[in-house]
Ligand binder design. Sequence first.
Ligand code: TRP
Length: 326
Amino acid sequence: MRRLTGFQPTGRLHLGNLLGAMRPLIAAQRTTESLAFIADLHAMTVDHDPARLRELTLETATVLLAAGVDPERTALFTQSSMPAHYELHYLLECTTGYGEAARMIQFKEKSSASFSGRPGAGGPVRLSLLTYPVLMAADILVHDSDEVPVGDDQNQHLELARTVAQRFNRRYGETFRVPAGVLPDGVARVMDLAEPRRKMSKSTSTDAGRIGLLDPPGTVRKTIMRAVTDTIGTVRHDPAGQPGVTNLLTILEACGGSADDFTSYGALKTAVADAVEEVLAPIRARHAELVKDPGHVRSVLDAGRERVLPRAEATVRRAREAIGLM
Ligand code: TRP
Protein backbone atom coordinates (compact mmCIF):
# COMPACT_ATOMS: atom_id res chain seq x y z
CA MET A 1 0.00 0.00 0.00
CA ARG A 2 1.61 3.22 -1.15
CA ARG A 3 0.28 6.62 -0.11
CA LEU A 4 1.13 9.94 -1.74
CA THR A 5 0.64 13.42 -0.26
CA GLY A 6 1.39 16.72 -2.00
CA PHE A 7 1.95 20.15 -0.47
CA GLN A 8 1.68 23.21 -2.65
CA PRO A 9 4.14 25.98 -1.71
CA THR A 10 1.77 28.84 -2.53
CA GLY A 11 1.99 30.13 1.03
CA ARG A 12 3.30 29.22 4.44
CA LEU A 13 2.09 26.04 6.13
CA HIS A 14 -0.59 26.68 8.75
CA LEU A 15 -2.50 24.91 11.50
CA GLY A 16 -5.07 23.62 9.01
CA ASN A 17 -2.31 21.89 7.03
CA LEU A 18 -0.86 20.41 10.21
CA LEU A 19 -4.12 18.96 11.51
CA GLY A 20 -5.59 18.12 8.09
CA ALA A 21 -2.68 16.67 6.13
CA MET A 22 0.65 16.63 7.97
CA ARG A 23 -0.42 14.74 11.08
CA PRO A 24 -2.13 11.94 9.16
CA LEU A 25 1.02 11.61 7.04
CA ILE A 26 3.24 11.51 10.12
CA ALA A 27 0.99 8.95 11.79
CA ALA A 28 0.75 6.72 8.70
CA GLN A 29 4.45 6.73 7.82
CA ARG A 30 5.10 4.07 10.50
CA THR A 31 2.85 1.54 8.84
CA THR A 32 2.36 2.69 5.24
CA GLU A 33 4.85 3.27 2.44
CA SER A 34 4.68 7.07 2.25
CA LEU A 35 5.69 9.57 -0.37
CA ALA A 36 5.40 13.32 0.15
CA PHE A 37 6.37 16.02 -2.27
CA ILE A 38 6.39 19.79 -2.57
CA ALA A 39 4.22 20.69 -5.57
CA ASP A 40 6.33 23.61 -6.73
CA LEU A 41 5.09 23.27 -10.32
CA HIS A 42 1.52 23.61 -9.12
CA ALA A 43 2.51 26.80 -7.30
CA MET A 44 3.22 28.38 -10.70
CA THR A 45 -0.34 27.96 -11.97
CA VAL A 46 -1.20 31.35 -10.45
CA ASP A 47 0.78 34.57 -10.37
CA HIS A 48 4.04 33.86 -8.55
CA ASP A 49 7.26 35.49 -7.49
CA PRO A 50 10.40 33.43 -8.28
CA ALA A 51 12.34 34.29 -5.12
CA ARG A 52 9.33 33.65 -2.92
CA LEU A 53 8.59 30.33 -4.63
CA ARG A 54 12.15 29.14 -4.01
CA GLU A 55 11.97 30.28 -0.40
CA LEU A 56 8.58 28.67 0.25
CA THR A 57 9.67 25.40 -1.35
CA LEU A 58 12.60 25.05 1.05
CA GLU A 59 10.55 26.33 3.98
CA THR A 60 7.74 23.86 3.32
CA ALA A 61 10.21 20.97 3.27
CA THR A 62 11.88 22.26 6.45
CA VAL A 63 8.59 22.63 8.32
CA LEU A 64 7.46 19.14 7.26
CA LEU A 65 10.65 17.72 8.75
CA ALA A 66 10.29 19.88 11.86
CA ALA A 67 6.77 18.57 12.40
CA GLY A 68 7.88 14.96 12.31
CA VAL A 69 8.03 13.77 8.71
CA ASP A 70 10.76 11.16 9.03
CA PRO A 71 12.90 10.97 5.88
CA GLU A 72 13.80 7.38 6.71
CA ARG A 73 10.15 6.45 6.44
CA THR A 74 8.76 9.03 4.03
CA ALA A 75 10.39 9.77 0.69
CA LEU A 76 10.30 13.59 0.59
CA PHE A 77 11.15 15.37 -2.67
CA THR A 78 10.23 18.32 -4.86
CA GLN A 79 7.98 17.84 -7.86
CA SER A 80 10.21 19.84 -10.20
CA SER A 81 13.24 17.66 -9.43
CA MET A 82 11.44 14.76 -11.09
CA PRO A 83 11.09 15.27 -14.86
CA ALA A 84 9.03 12.05 -14.90
CA HIS A 85 6.13 14.08 -13.48
CA TYR A 86 6.07 16.47 -16.42
CA GLU A 87 6.86 13.84 -19.03
CA LEU A 88 3.81 11.94 -17.93
CA HIS A 89 1.85 15.19 -17.70
CA TYR A 90 2.18 15.66 -21.45
CA LEU A 91 1.16 12.11 -22.26
CA LEU A 92 -1.91 12.52 -20.06
CA GLU A 93 -2.74 15.86 -21.71
CA CYS A 94 -3.05 13.86 -24.90
CA THR A 95 -5.67 11.65 -23.32
CA THR A 96 -7.73 14.29 -21.49
CA GLY A 97 -10.53 16.39 -22.95
CA TYR A 98 -10.53 20.18 -22.80
CA GLY A 99 -14.04 20.01 -21.35
CA GLU A 100 -12.97 17.64 -18.60
CA ALA A 101 -10.40 20.13 -17.37
CA ALA A 102 -12.55 23.21 -17.90
CA ARG A 103 -15.36 21.84 -15.77
CA MET A 104 -13.23 21.50 -12.63
CA ILE A 105 -14.74 23.64 -9.88
CA GLN A 106 -11.37 24.92 -8.71
CA PHE A 107 -10.50 26.04 -12.23
CA LYS A 108 -13.81 27.85 -12.58
CA GLU A 109 -13.36 29.56 -9.23
CA LYS A 110 -9.75 30.55 -9.64
CA SER A 111 -10.20 31.71 -13.22
CA SER A 112 -13.35 33.73 -12.59
CA ALA A 113 -13.29 37.50 -12.31
CA SER A 114 -14.48 37.36 -8.71
CA PHE A 115 -11.30 35.56 -7.73
CA SER A 116 -8.91 38.23 -9.02
CA GLY A 117 -8.15 40.67 -6.29
CA ARG A 118 -7.56 37.80 -3.94
CA PRO A 119 -3.93 37.15 -3.00
CA GLY A 120 -2.10 35.07 -5.58
CA ALA A 121 -4.48 35.88 -8.40
CA GLY A 122 -2.76 38.69 -10.33
CA GLY A 123 -2.38 38.68 -14.11
CA PRO A 124 -4.21 36.69 -16.77
CA VAL A 125 -5.41 33.14 -16.19
CA ARG A 126 -2.51 30.82 -16.93
CA LEU A 127 -2.93 27.86 -19.26
CA SER A 128 -1.33 25.75 -16.54
CA LEU A 129 -4.27 26.56 -14.25
CA LEU A 130 -6.47 24.70 -16.71
CA THR A 131 -4.15 21.72 -16.94
CA TYR A 132 -3.40 21.69 -13.19
CA PRO A 133 -5.50 18.55 -12.53
CA VAL A 134 -3.75 16.72 -15.37
CA LEU A 135 -0.39 17.43 -13.75
CA MET A 136 -1.87 16.28 -10.46
CA ALA A 137 -2.97 13.05 -12.15
CA ALA A 138 0.59 12.60 -13.42
CA ASP A 139 1.95 13.17 -9.90
CA ILE A 140 -0.26 10.42 -8.60
CA LEU A 141 -0.01 7.88 -11.42
CA VAL A 142 3.73 8.18 -11.98
CA HIS A 143 4.39 6.71 -8.52
CA ASP A 144 1.86 3.87 -8.82
CA SER A 145 0.08 5.37 -5.80
CA ASP A 146 -2.65 3.31 -4.19
CA GLU A 147 -3.98 5.99 -1.87
CA VAL A 148 -4.17 9.75 -1.94
CA PRO A 149 -5.58 11.59 1.08
CA VAL A 150 -8.01 14.21 -0.19
CA GLY A 151 -10.28 16.79 1.38
CA ASP A 152 -13.35 18.10 -0.43
CA ASP A 153 -11.39 20.65 -2.43
CA GLN A 154 -9.24 18.03 -4.17
CA ASN A 155 -11.83 15.29 -4.52
CA GLN A 156 -12.84 16.21 -8.03
CA HIS A 157 -9.19 16.27 -9.12
CA LEU A 158 -8.64 12.80 -7.71
CA GLU A 159 -11.71 11.55 -9.56
CA LEU A 160 -10.29 12.96 -12.79
CA ALA A 161 -7.00 11.15 -12.12
CA ARG A 162 -8.93 7.90 -11.77
CA THR A 163 -10.88 8.54 -14.96
CA VAL A 164 -7.74 9.36 -16.91
CA ALA A 165 -5.97 6.24 -15.62
CA GLN A 166 -8.87 3.94 -16.43
CA ARG A 167 -9.34 5.38 -19.89
CA PHE A 168 -5.63 5.11 -20.68
CA ASN A 169 -5.58 1.49 -19.49
CA ARG A 170 -8.62 0.66 -21.61
CA ARG A 171 -7.33 2.32 -24.74
CA TYR A 172 -3.63 1.60 -24.64
CA GLY A 173 -3.38 -1.43 -22.38
CA GLU A 174 -2.89 -1.90 -18.65
CA THR A 175 -0.36 0.79 -17.69
CA PHE A 176 -1.42 2.60 -14.50
CA ARG A 177 -2.48 1.59 -11.05
CA VAL A 178 -5.84 3.25 -10.37
CA PRO A 179 -5.58 5.28 -7.15
CA ALA A 180 -8.21 5.69 -4.45
CA GLY A 181 -8.98 8.85 -2.54
CA VAL A 182 -8.94 8.31 1.21
CA LEU A 183 -9.95 10.32 4.23
CA PRO A 184 -7.37 9.21 6.82
CA ASP A 185 -8.20 8.81 10.51
CA GLY A 186 -7.66 11.76 12.76
CA VAL A 187 -8.14 14.48 10.17
CA ALA A 188 -9.42 17.76 11.57
CA ARG A 189 -10.98 20.24 9.20
CA VAL A 190 -9.79 23.64 10.40
CA MET A 191 -11.71 26.71 9.33
CA ASP A 192 -10.56 30.30 8.85
CA LEU A 193 -10.58 32.08 12.22
CA ALA A 194 -11.94 35.31 10.76
CA GLU A 195 -14.37 33.72 8.27
CA PRO A 196 -15.26 30.41 9.91
CA ARG A 197 -17.47 29.24 7.06
CA ARG A 198 -14.38 28.90 4.86
CA LYS A 199 -11.43 26.59 5.19
CA MET A 200 -8.18 27.99 6.59
CA SER A 201 -6.17 28.52 3.42
CA LYS A 202 -2.61 29.37 2.41
CA SER A 203 -3.77 31.50 -0.49
CA THR A 204 -7.07 33.06 0.55
CA SER A 205 -6.96 33.45 4.34
CA THR A 206 -5.72 36.73 5.76
CA ASP A 207 -3.40 36.96 8.78
CA ALA A 208 -6.47 37.24 11.01
CA GLY A 209 -7.83 33.96 9.72
CA ARG A 210 -4.77 31.77 9.78
CA ILE A 211 -2.23 30.46 12.27
CA GLY A 212 1.15 29.93 10.65
CA LEU A 213 3.12 27.01 12.05
CA LEU A 214 6.10 29.32 12.50
CA ASP A 215 4.17 32.30 13.91
CA PRO A 216 5.65 33.60 17.18
CA PRO A 217 3.70 32.66 20.35
CA GLY A 218 2.34 36.19 20.85
CA THR A 219 0.91 36.29 17.33
CA VAL A 220 -0.70 32.88 17.72
CA ARG A 221 -2.37 33.89 20.95
CA LYS A 222 -3.56 37.22 19.59
CA THR A 223 -5.02 35.60 16.47
CA ILE A 224 -6.94 33.06 18.54
CA MET A 225 -8.20 35.64 21.05
CA ARG A 226 -9.54 37.71 18.13
CA ALA A 227 -11.19 34.77 16.37
CA VAL A 228 -14.72 35.49 15.14
CA THR A 229 -17.42 33.82 17.24
CA ASP A 230 -21.07 34.87 17.60
CA THR A 231 -23.44 36.46 20.11
CA ILE A 232 -25.18 33.26 21.18
CA GLY A 233 -22.94 32.69 24.18
CA THR A 234 -23.15 28.89 24.34
CA VAL A 235 -20.06 26.74 23.86
CA ARG A 236 -21.07 23.76 21.74
CA HIS A 237 -20.47 21.98 18.46
CA ASP A 238 -22.90 23.50 15.96
CA PRO A 239 -21.17 23.86 12.58
CA ALA A 240 -24.18 25.47 10.88
CA GLY A 241 -25.27 27.87 13.61
CA GLN A 242 -21.97 28.58 15.42
CA PRO A 243 -19.15 27.90 12.98
CA GLY A 244 -16.59 30.03 14.84
CA VAL A 245 -17.13 28.37 18.22
CA THR A 246 -17.28 24.94 16.60
CA ASN A 247 -13.96 25.60 14.88
CA LEU A 248 -12.34 26.59 18.19
CA LEU A 249 -13.62 23.36 19.77
CA THR A 250 -12.31 21.32 16.84
CA ILE A 251 -8.87 22.91 17.17
CA LEU A 252 -8.88 22.45 20.94
CA GLU A 253 -9.68 18.76 20.72
CA ALA A 254 -7.23 18.14 17.88
CA CYS A 255 -4.52 19.79 19.97
CA GLY A 256 -5.14 17.57 22.95
CA GLY A 257 -7.41 19.83 24.99
CA SER A 258 -10.75 18.78 26.38
CA ALA A 259 -13.86 20.68 25.46
CA ASP A 260 -16.08 20.52 28.49
CA ASP A 261 -17.44 23.11 30.84
CA PHE A 262 -16.60 26.39 29.20
CA THR A 263 -18.89 29.13 30.35
CA SER A 264 -17.38 31.92 28.27
CA TYR A 265 -15.83 32.36 24.85
CA GLY A 266 -12.87 34.05 26.54
CA ALA A 267 -12.09 30.95 28.60
CA LEU A 268 -12.50 28.75 25.55
CA LYS A 269 -10.09 30.90 23.53
CA THR A 270 -7.51 30.89 26.32
CA ALA A 271 -7.67 27.09 26.44
CA VAL A 272 -7.32 26.91 22.63
CA ALA A 273 -4.33 29.25 22.69
CA ASP A 274 -2.63 27.15 25.38
CA ALA A 275 -3.28 23.87 23.55
CA VAL A 276 -2.11 25.22 20.18
CA GLU A 277 1.04 26.66 21.73
CA GLU A 278 1.86 23.28 23.19
CA VAL A 279 1.64 21.73 19.74
CA LEU A 280 3.56 24.49 17.95
CA ALA A 281 6.40 25.06 20.42
CA PRO A 282 8.32 21.84 19.60
CA ILE A 283 7.83 22.37 15.84
CA ARG A 284 9.17 25.92 16.12
CA ALA A 285 12.16 24.70 18.13
CA ARG A 286 13.02 21.91 15.72
CA HIS A 287 12.58 24.29 12.79
CA ALA A 288 15.03 26.73 14.37
CA GLU A 289 17.61 23.93 14.39
CA LEU A 290 16.89 22.81 10.84
CA VAL A 291 17.08 26.29 9.26
CA LYS A 292 20.66 26.57 10.43
CA ASP A 293 21.54 23.85 7.94
CA PRO A 294 19.61 24.25 4.68
CA GLY A 295 22.17 21.94 3.06
CA HIS A 296 20.82 19.13 5.21
CA VAL A 297 17.25 19.75 4.05
CA ARG A 298 18.42 19.81 0.43
CA SER A 299 20.21 16.52 0.89
CA VAL A 300 17.06 14.99 2.38
CA LEU A 301 15.14 16.11 -0.73
CA ASP A 302 17.83 14.68 -3.02
CA ALA A 303 17.78 11.37 -1.21
CA GLY A 304 13.98 11.23 -1.40
CA ARG A 305 14.09 11.79 -5.13
CA GLU A 306 16.74 9.11 -5.66
CA ARG A 307 14.56 6.65 -3.83
CA VAL A 308 11.44 7.13 -5.95
CA LEU A 309 13.11 7.88 -9.30
CA PRO A 310 13.48 4.32 -10.64
CA ARG A 311 9.81 3.48 -10.27
CA ALA A 312 8.67 6.82 -11.71
CA GLU A 313 10.91 6.40 -14.73
CA ALA A 314 9.63 2.88 -15.25
CA THR A 315 6.04 4.16 -15.25
CA VAL A 316 6.88 6.78 -17.87
CA ARG A 317 8.57 4.12 -20.02
CA ARG A 318 5.48 1.95 -19.81
CA ALA A 319 3.22 4.85 -20.75
CA ARG A 320 5.45 5.95 -23.66
CA GLU A 321 5.45 2.48 -25.16
CA ALA A 322 1.73 1.99 -24.66
CA ILE A 323 0.82 5.29 -26.30
CA GLY A 324 2.96 4.66 -29.36
CA LEU A 325 6.22 6.56 -28.92
CA MET A 326 9.29 4.98 -30.42
N1 TRP B 1 -3.31 20.21 -5.54
C1 TRP B 1 -2.93 19.78 -4.22
C2 TRP B 1 -3.33 20.83 -3.18
O1 TRP B 1 -3.54 21.97 -3.51
C3 TRP B 1 -1.46 19.54 -4.13
C4 TRP B 1 -1.08 18.41 -5.02
C5 TRP B 1 -0.49 18.49 -6.24
C6 TRP B 1 -1.32 17.02 -4.78
N2 TRP B 1 -0.32 17.26 -6.76
C7 TRP B 1 -0.83 16.34 -5.91
C8 TRP B 1 -1.89 16.32 -3.72
C9 TRP B 1 -0.92 14.96 -5.99
C10 TRP B 1 -1.97 14.94 -3.81
C11 TRP B 1 -1.48 14.26 -4.95
O2 TRP B 1 -3.45 20.50 -2.03
